[in-house]
Design a protein around this ligand. Sequence first.
Ligand SMILES: [Mg+2]
Length: 316
Amino acid sequence: MNFYDKISASVQCAILGDAMGVPVESETTSDGSLCSVKNMLGYGRFDQPEGTWSDDSSMILCTMDSLIQGYDLEHLGKTFCRWLFESYWTANGLVFDSGLTTFVALDRIRTENYSARSSGCIGEDDNGNGSLMRIIPAALYFYTDPVPAFLDKIHQISAITHAHSRSLIGCGIYSLLIKELLLNENKSEALRSAIDKALEYYGSGSLFKNELPHYMRILSFELLSCEAADIHSSGYIVDTLEAAIWSFMKFDTTLNVLASSINLGRDTDTSGTAAGGIAGLQYGLSDIPTEWLDSLARKKEVEMLINKFAHAIPQA
Ligand SMILES: [Mg+2]
């Protein structure tokens, strides 16, 4: 795959993972029927037709829409507000599945004129996966930046809604993996390098150091020897990151990574989004049935936005 194909496959698979996960979100893994998600489904949890993607994809599309015009944090915050309060970049005009932390932060921008630099929530309870779900375009856009500058921007973008250091680290580890995958086609080497860089950066200052133990299963590689039953895949950022990395490292095709992450259950759409972003980057779209991609809401407009975005990414 050339660079543009990789970017396109990454974003498309993230959106596909979201749409595949939407009908079965919040089911438990003990529900036997869930373990048979092998196709695009419709309706279910949110009663939406097949191919309907949710808040995860809307915020990914808003991020690309804003970054195409250059990096401007305030513009990005306002673009997120257009999604939440005006249905901008929704699948079919309806905002659904948005999280409380995201709502509180964006409402501060809308009604209290907060800057996007101070709008994010900082409580320990504000460590849901709401910024991890949308960070893919930022990681792709800044991938040529040196690690400290790269992580600074990832943190700023997470912190528009999710400003607790645990959320910043989760987005940072995931984004470092994306950055490394663009530079190294061997996924094991890319993961090792991303973890080395995360440990070096986050291990040095007290702000982040105390939060690192929450990511220890990833940082110690213990995660890779876990069984599916040990992967929780809830709406907690650490669980979602574990579900995505575990599925990505365990399977060697885009389809199997997507199926794995969604069949872990619970916050299926966000696990699917996070796993899909890295699977598409690594393995592309070739094993995805065309009719699945064709079923995605606003397919043509989304493809045009992705194409514009891919060409706007600064090159070294
Ligand atoms: Mg969602």
